[in-house]
Ligand binder design. Sequence first.
Ligand SMILES: C[S@@+](CC[C@H](N)C(=O)[O-])C[C@H]1O[C@@H](n2cnc3c(N)ncnc32)[C@H](O)[C@@H]1O
Length: 227
Amino acid sequence: MGFKEYYRVFPTYTDINSQEYRSRIETLEPLLMKYMKKRGKVLDLACGVGGFSFLLEDYGFEVVGVDISEDMIRKAREYAKSRESNVEFIVGDARKLSFEDKTFDYVIFIDSIVHFEPLELNQVFKEVRRVLKPSGKFIMYFTDLRELLPRLKESLVVGQKYWISKVIPDQEERTVVIEFKSEQDSFRVRFNVWGKTGVELLAKLYFTKEAEEKVGNYSYLTVYNPK
Ligand SMILES: C[S@@+](CC[C@H](N)C(=O)[O-])C[C@H]1O[C@@H](n2cnc3c(N)ncnc32)[C@H](O)[C@@H]1O
């Protein structure tokens, strides 16, 4: 039970040319540009296959992408090669970054908190603050899964072939196992359940909030300054 199958099946995070991936970029591009007026050095944290790294490179930023998955980084490098991109893609762990203190003007962290348990997200935030310049910005985008959870139980269709057939939260609703089913197969993924309040409480330890944008019904782009 894990994310491998989830990322294999849905192009939303793995095919930068898919409609699903492009629509994420179209939604976030104007917001990122609103808060990233000054060019500089960007860390795309948990970059996946790198779509947002390429977007920012096209705007003139110097970008490094880090992801723990070798498969994701391999694909990101393939895309980079075909685009003649200079983005550097590195396999690495967001909980323990290999960069010097105060290296980046921006850290972006998009659609990734479901991978992290509370102690782990705490480590990630601590590392983000460490690698950010004092004048830097941490920009994160996430979906409030706690709010969304009751709706998931209504058996939503996901993508072209799959629907959600089971939603099994643990007792305290810290994690939820979601079963995706198609005519042919099914698989389960365990997500960490983060709500806006939980994220904010943790972020407060390391950052002050500069701005927040609500996107759709359940998602937020939040801009933080290091404390
Ligand atoms: C949903 S994808 C989002 C990727 C990218 N930010 C995007 O929006 O396309 C989440 C990513 O988090 C990565 N990830 C999970 N745990 C990680 C960790 N400890 N350190 C770095 N990346 C991690 C996964 O490999 C995956 O590529």
